[in-house]
Design a protein around this ligand. Structure first.
Ligand SMILES: Cc1cc2nc3c(=O)[nH]c(=O)nc-3n(C[C@H](O)[C@H](O)[C@H](O)COP(=O)(O)O)c2cc1C
Length: 214
């Protein structure tokens, strides 16, 4: 079963593997076949530069850009916020991070900007002038790309945190001006022996998410 992997080996991923996975992903369903996805694949020196600058931004206390759709006027309802908090606490517990240990929490956040050791990161770009429902298409494409990577023996972790400092991405990744990065995906070979990769999230049961109307 797929899970988010947060420790990758330094074994390189081939261009052919990536092309195969993207070839699988490109058949994703999309509203009116608009296919609103564009991706940028980063490897090598550019990834080192991005990592360095993103970590500096995080460590210097630079304010992250709001997450997609995040607004003070429409806070996340308690039901979902509680699940998000539970997920965060469980992950910290798994890593042995105390809730009030600010230094360890910052380092945990920066692990995102080390791409968990991955040597390939894909950034997903999106045109925000599109109708909101096109974000569904992006989600389907992401899931399908993760499945395509699995078929190549590769694991991944989607990361909204990778677009917290969009100016840094814009400096190094030359994409059409009307597009903005909306999340990143670190990917590669899972380090199966790493404790962090034994972390699993709780999932709602079929009954909890389903109502039947016969
Ligand atoms: C849009 C999106 C953004 C995410 N951002 C991050 C992130 O910045 N850092 C991280 O460690 N995990 C991130 N995740 C992974 C989620 O935490 C993970 O999918 C969730 O906890 C469920 O766990 P699972 O993927 O192992 O099933 C993100 C997932 C999605 C779909």
């Amino acid at each position: 079963m797929r899970h988010s992997v947060r420790a990758f080996s330094d074994r390189l991923v081939t261009k052919e593997q990536l092309e195969q996975a993207i070839d699988y992903a490109r058949y994703a369903a999309s509203s009116k076949n608009m296919q609103p996805w564009q991706i940028a694949i980063c490897q090598g020196d550019i990834l080192k530069k991005l990592s360095h600058e993103l970590i500096l931004a995080a460590q210097s206390g630079q304010k992250p850009a709001p997450e997609l759709g995040e607004s003070k006027d429409s806070p996340i309802p308690d039901l979902y916020m509680n699940r998000a908090r539970q997920c965060g606490y469980s992950l910290f517990q798994h890593k042995g991070i105390e809730r009030h240990d600010k230094e360890a929490r910052l380092d945990h956040w920066c692990e995102n900007y080390r791409f968990f050791g991955a040597t390939t990161v894909i950034f997903f770009y999106y045109d925000h002038t599109l109708p909101q429902h096109c974000l569904i298409d992006m989600g389907i494409f992401l899931e399908r790309l993760m499945q395509g990577l699995e078929q190549q023996g590769l694991s991944s972790c989607p990361q909204a945190s990778l677009v917290s400092f969009p100016d840094i991405l814009d400096k190094h990744i030359d994409m059409p001006q009307e597009l903005s990065p909306i999340f990143g995906l670190s990917l590669g070979y899972e380090e199966v022996d790493q404790h962090i990769n034994t972390f699993r999230t709780e999932k709602l049961s079929v009954n909890e998410i389903t109502k039947w109307f016969n």
